[in-house]
Design a protein around this ligand. Structure first.
Ligand SMILES: C[S@@+](CC[C@H](N)C(=O)[O-])C[C@H]1O[C@@H](n2cnc3c(N)ncnc32)[C@H](O)[C@@H]1O
Length: 192
């Protein structure tokens, strides 16, 4: 095989997100987990930007906080111990219409309790709020997993929701490797 590789799902998500983020911008990590995506967003909004992160697991938020602290970027981030479905109640109203990018990384926390997973009903509420709160030109990147119990159902419900977004003002992309085995993750990107 040559050295050329098509970007992985996680890398492609970063490429798309990076294009939309500017210094001073606002971003949301809807599933903070260990904070890898939160850190990426914080790096890309610069010193004057703001990242809001949500997770229902305290241990995840503590791990993310340590990562952000070590990188010297914690001051750019506000972490909420709240479900992402409460986005519109938790964020200040002035943030509405200003969010450049939102990440979702569905499923369970790597290295954590595999019983604690994102769920279709709350994920769909959060995606709709995230979409409603995006700035014009904003992007949602959602990494979907179907290998764990309930994952396929969740991914299908998310894709059904996304397919119904009006093509007049929204682009919806589904990025996946068709020949990878063992239910590889896929990327849903929504550009408003
Ligand atoms: C795949 S992990 C995220 C990994 C993360 N991107 C990272 O860099 O480590 C999914 C996370 O979603 C969280 N989660 C589950 N339900 C949630 C909800 N309703 N709102 C916010 N986070 C939720 C889980 O606790 C878990 O930490």
């Amino acid at each position: 095989m040559s050295g050329w590789r098509i970007p992985s799902v996680l890398w492609q998500a970063k490429l798309l997100l990076r294009e939309r983020l500017t210094v001073g911008g606002i971003a949301v990590d809807a599933t903070v987990g260990n904070g890898h995506d939160t850190l990426f967003l914080a790096e890309n909004v610069g010193e004057t930007g703001r990242v809001f992160g949500f997770d229902i697991q305290k241990e995840a938020l503590e791990s993310a906080e340590a990562r952000l602290h070590d990188a010297g970027l914690l001051s750019r981030v506000t972490l909420f111990h709240e479900g992402h479905e409460r986005l519109s109640e938790v964020l200040l109203p002035e943030v509405k219409g200003q969010i450049q990018a939102v990440t979702f990384n569905l499923g369970y926390l790597p290295g954590g309790d595999k019983q604690i997973v994102t769920r279709p009903d709350t994920t769909l509420l959060a995606l709709q709020s995230a979409y409603d709160w995006l700035a014009p030109g904003g992007l949602i990147a959602a990494v979907l997993y179907s290998g764990h119990p309930g994952g396929k159902q969740e991914a299908n419900e998310v894709l059904d929701w996304a397919k119904r977004l009006n093509q007049k003002h929204t682009q919806v992309l589904w990025y996946q490797f068709l020949n990878q085995q063992n239910d590889p993750p896929t990327l849903l990107a929504i550009s408003k």
